[in-house]
Design a protein around this ligand. Structure first.
Ligand code: ATP
Ligand code: MG
Ligand code: MG
Ligand code: MG
Length: 576
């Protein structure tokens, strides 16, 4: 079918939307692909919907090719299954909850492990039925704390989620590998540049969970990789593999001065007053394990951190000031002259990162507390303690960035840090959900066996933004042919009737050859049309312009910017 721009439900915008910070968001709104309804909630207009459907098509083709079967579960769900798995509680504020007219608790599904486990339990009961992999392409709901960048982090978004069911661990490994391969094929077809990073620390076996991160400076994930060996990991996974921080106690003795055995906040305050400290620390803070150590000036350490609460009862206002209340470090600054210790307040690891402070956490955790050492971009150093609810030796704390140039844990070379956007996640779940719901089937020997699960997600709507983010220039979008809303953008840029008729004939020919044509048949100026075509970003633009008098049309490659004239009679062959 020929889509005529004179009829298309499309309005392009000249200006960037005021709430947009990243290129894909600006361009998708300006080019009329999506429209905002509420934070993290967007409508898809014709062009955007076509791209979304193209991404879905590629995902479906590859999922079907690996033998997965598509089903569709509801997004509106009862509370019970999630109550049984405890995720009704664990999901916290991220879950959209609602009540039906009878007062029953309902929710909008953020992910569907529970429902798939129950679905398989409902249908299958023999070892002969396995293995099986099911998937859906479905709208998910998460009340994200910070919806961001348009459709990149939505509160309503489209995900392909699949779930594998195997009877043996080897089977699970094979299903996992099949998904991993499928994801590689999908992302290659979509033209996405990505890395696969391990999402869990080595302790869990390394391959239990991996993320597919699209390379992008605007990404929210930081990963490190070793170019020599190919080792790559999300920094949250490598944190426990990070080189040991410089332990406070390891500083040369001459440069360290211990405070008199400070065990309570009172003694700290007493000492602080004596030492002319900033008065921000008060006895109202319930702290324990207070330790204050100072260094003489002149060395490399210019900033020191002190203190640290080992429990959770600290001044709430201070905690609010922290960006990451779960883990915090008390930063102090000293010039050793007028204000030996000015307490600057609590600051969390996120804030440290945002301030360009590279920091490391000692994995040897004692009583939920550990040393942290760090340095900012100017080479100023920090030392302190961290503590927090989630801070455990197996590394569940969100911790240190691993620095550019640090050795790779496999010893093969140096680590390079970069940013990425999570587009896919593959995960060997094991029997967590089949245990919860008692999914047992009859085994070969007549005894019951419990299937082991994998769960795998791809951000379908997020991928639209990611592709736009990786493929655009200052003029607009540049879709890879596989996902472009149309194959060809045919533009009339010549007022003559003969040219219009020629363009109509070419459009009809292309249509007959099953080429998807967006036909700019509007009565606008060539300048307006070219601007729109650059913004919309269809990979091949065919212009029926001045050259038509000599029997030529122009072919423009939106990717390379190259253009060439071809005889109109050859145009079809050239395009196909
Ligand atoms: P993120 O770390 O970005 O919050 P996630 O780890 O919470 O993602 P998963 O639960 O692993 O996400 O879901 C599978 C996939 O769904 C992700 O890899 C991502 O591509 C996509 N996704 C997750 N949250 C969103 C969202 N809010 N908007 C769009 N896509 C999302
Ligand atoms: Mg998330
Ligand atoms: Mg994630
Ligand atoms: Mg994930």
């Amino acid at each position: 079918m020929i889509t005529r721009m004179s009829h298309l439900f499309l309005r392009t915008l000249r200006d960037d939307p005021s709430d947009a910070e990243v290129a894909s968001h600006k361009l998708l709104v300006r080019a009329g692909y999506v429209r905002r309804i509420a934070p993290g909630v967007y409508s898809w207009l014709p062009l955007g919907l076509r791209v979304l459907r193209e991404v879905e098509r590629v995902v479906r083709e590859e999922m079907n090719a690996m033998g997965a079967q598509e089903i569709l579960l509801p997004a509106l769900l009862p509370r019970e299954p999630y109550e049984t798995s405890n995720r009704w509680t664990e999901y916290g504020a991220g879950l959209f909850r609602l009540k039906d007219r009878k007062g029953n608790d309902m929710m909008l599904g953020p992910t569907h492990e529970e429902l798939f486990a129950l679905t398989v339990k409902g249908e299958y009961n023999s070892y002969k039925d396995f293995p099986v992999t099911l998937y859906q392409v479905q709208t998910k709901y998460r009340d994200e704390e910070r919806p961001r960048a348009g459709i990149l982090r939505g509160r309503e978004f489209v995900m392909k989620d699949s779930y594998s069911f195997d009877l043996t661990d080897e089977g699970l490994t094979a299903s996992y590998q099949a998904h991993r391969d499928t994801y590689e094929r999908i992302l290659a077809r979509l033209g996405v540049k990505y890395v696969i990073v391990s999402a869990t620390s080595g302790a869990m076996g390394g391959s239990a969970s991996e993320e597919f991160l699209a390379e992008s400076e605007i990404g929210e994930d930081t990963y490190v990789r070793c170019l020599e060996s190919g080792y790559a990991a999300n920094v949250e996974a490598v944190k426990t593999l990070a080189p040991a921080p410089i332990p406070f106690d390891g500083l040369p003795a001459a440069e360290v001065r211990d405070t008199p055995g400070t065990e309570t906040i009172d003694t700290l305050v007493e000492w602080a007053n004596g030492a002319d400290l900033g008065k921000t620390v008060t006895a109202a803070d319930t702290l324990k394990n207070i330790m204050v150590k100072t260094r003489v000036p002149g060395g490399e350490w210019e900033l020191l951190a002190i203190g640290i609460p080992g429990d959770r009862e600290v001044d709430e206002k201070r905690l609010e000031a922290s960006l990451e209340p779960a883990e915090y470090v008390l930063i102090t600054e000293t010039d050793f002259k007028n204000n030996p210790f000015l307490v600057k307040g609590y600051i969390g690891p996120k804030a440290l990162q945002e301030n360009g402070v590279r920091y490391l956490v000692d994995p040897r955790v004692v009583d939920g507390t550990s040393w942290i050492t760090g340095a900012d971009e100017e080479g100023k150093h920090y030392v302190g303690l961290v503590a927090g609810r989630d801070f455990t030796p197996d590394g569940t704390i969100e911790a240190a960035e691993v620095r550019d140039g640090d050795p790779s844990p496999d010893g093969a070379g140096a680590l390079v840090a970069a940013r990425g956007i999570e587009v896919g996640h593959v995960f060997q779940l094991g029997r967590k959900y089949t245990d919860v719901f008692g999914v047992d089937v009859l085994g070969e020997n007549g005894k019951p066996v419990r299937p082991t699960m994998g769960s795998y997600g791809i951000g379908v709507s997020r991928l639209v933004a990611v592709i736009a983010e990786q493929h655009h220039d200052d003029k607009g979008l540049r879709w890879p042919a596989e996902v472009a809303p149309f194959d060809v953008h045919l533009v009339i840029a010549n007022k003559d009737d003969a040219a219009r008729e020629g363009a109509e004939a070419l459009a009809a020919e292309l249509d007959k050859a099953r080429v998807e044509v967006l036909f700019d048949d509007r009565k606008a100026s060539p300048g307006v049309k070219f601007k729109d075509s650059e913004l919309i970003g269809i990979p091949l633009v065919v212009v029926v312009g001045r050259g038509f008098a000599e029997g030529n049309v122009e072919l423009r490659d939106r990717f390379t910017g190259e253009s060439r004239e071809v005889p109109v009679d050859d145009a079809l062959a050239e395009i196909l």
